[in-house]
Design a protein around this ligand. Structure first.
Ligand code: AMP
Ligand code: GLY
Length: 420
């Protein structure tokens, strides 16, 4: 079959790498993709937020399956447009993507189905929001309702911080995403991510992960999109996964179906675990980046069979073939990230790296310039290792890092510390 992946990050490189290994995959395209994917797929210069453009490309290239990587095309309804044109799609409808695109929507769904999550309230004006904060006190969490590129959440340790976040949101700091604000109870505990394929009816867990959001070693400095991740997440024991499926994921999927907006795609549950019990922090409606890199490293070629079954509504017949393995990925970012950074510096050493099913450098923000690979984004590479133990995966990932010659880049040296 011919497959088109939408997106251009490390997540999409990892998807392309896993899908390419499956003999069912004939021709593989990625739009817009990046330089690291050139050996695996043909890159297509497409506006992935424009349904008609993507449909036109699929018709010209006899595409049988479209895999949507990022949230923006999902929230823009690209999956709906493709399905209406008769294409097979992996990724939720615009209505189901509300589980990521609106925090208040997700909280309503949780309340409707009884899923455990933080107590919350929504506000569309500053004064009642300030009054609520004064009533509840700190610590407290303030969230812009809509998609804010990961920047819309303030975990406020003081009332003053929370009130400043309210003032920012209503002053337009997050654009339309902050026109409504959700204020939540602060949850203590350890965070972990749980990934479940859903075909609207059936759900199939495909792995757990933990990421490192802070830019600096020891989990210090500003938040980022993620500086590294590992899978599995030891804190998500089988008992907790069973609780999450029974109390959070299955009820959510049933509630979405009941509303006439079934969820099809990957549901990424961000969880807070405390005293052996998980509560939902948030949903994403796509794979995490860099969590996808470690999941794909572990799933390999079967990822395509699972994604295809999900898109075709056949998940009930599927099982994951688990290997007793671990994967860990280290993100290399341009110096200055998540603040301002330069683009265009050359990255050496990549060609000499050993790459196989235990070691892969996934590209996130790279381009080819005069035959060389250059940095073209904030998060640039994800050096990923797999092994029988987390320590082995860690050693393989950092061996890749140490073979990369990129003075303008940096990475954390402590990815996986919590689990190692
Ligand atoms: P979100 O975008 O909702 O995932 O929030 C970003 C991060 O803020 C999460 O990964 C948590 O670390 C933190 N966070 C969000 N909501 C809460 C909460 N209710 N209690 C504690 N931390 C939270
Ligand atoms: N790494 C976090 C995310 O993809 O949302």
């Amino acid at each position: 079959m011919n497959i088109l992946i939408l997106g251009s990050g490390g997540r999409e490189h990892a998807l392309a790498w896993a899908i390419r290994q499956n003999p069912k995959c004939d021709r593989l395209f990625v739009a817009p993709g990046n330089a690291g994917m050139e050996p695996l797929a043909r890159l297509a210069d497409l506006d992935i937020l424009c349904g008609p453009d993507v449909i036109g490309f699929c018709e010209e290239n006899a595409i049988d399956l479209v895999v949507i990587g990022p949230e923006a095309p999902l929230a823009a309804g690209v999956a709906d447009a493709l399905r209406a044109a008769g294409l097979l799609v992996f990724g939720p409808s615009r209505a189901a993507a509300m589980l990521e695109a609106s925090k208040a929507f997700t909280k309503e769904v949780c309340d409707a189905c009884g899923a455990p999550t933080a107590a919350w309230a929504r506000f569309d004006a500053a004064e009642p929001a300030r009054a609520y904060i004064r009533e509840k006190g700190a610590p407290i969490v303030v969230k812009a309702d809509g998609l804010a590129a990961g920047k819309g959440v303030t975990v406020a340790m003081t009332e003053a911080e929370a009130i400043a976040a309210i003032d920012d949101a209503f002053a337009g700091a997050f654009g339309a995403a902050g026109a409504e604000v959700v204020i939540e109870e602060f949850m203590e505990g350890e965070e972990a991510s749980f990934f479940v394929l859903c075909d609207g009816v059936d759900c199939l867990p495909i792995g757990t992960a933990q990421d490192h959001k802070r830019v600096g070693d020891g989990d210090t400095g500003p938040n980022t999109g993620g500086m590294g991740a590992y899978s599995p997440a030891p804190v998500l024991t089988q008992a907790i996964q069973d609780q999450v499926m029974a109390q959070i994921v299955r009820p959510t999927v049933a509630e979405m179906a009941r509303r006439g907006t079934p969820f099809q795609g990957v549901l990424y549950a961000g969880l807070m675990i405390r005293d052996g019990r998980a509560r939902l922090v948030e949903y994403n409606v796509r794979f995490g980046d860099p969590e996808c890199q470690v999941l794909m490293m572990r799933l390999g070629a079967q990822a395509l069979d699972l994604i295809l079954a999900c898109a075709q509504g056949r998940l009930g017949t599927m099982a994951v073939r688990w290997a007793d393995d671990h994967a860990l990925t280290v993100v290399l970012a341009a110096k200055g990230y998540p603040g301002s950074y330069a683009k265009g510096s050359a990255i050496g050493g990549l060609d000499a790296l050993p790459e196989d099913s235990f070691r892969m450098v996934f590209h996130a923000g790279t381009a080819r310039q005069d035959g060389r690979i250059v940095a073209a984004g904030g998060r640039v590479l994800a050096a990923t290792g797999r092994g029988a133990t987390l320590a082995e995966a860690h050693a393989r990932a950092y061996a890749l890092v140490d073979g990369i010659d990129w003075p303008e880049g940096f990475c954390r040296r402590d990815i996986g510390w919590r689990a190692l």
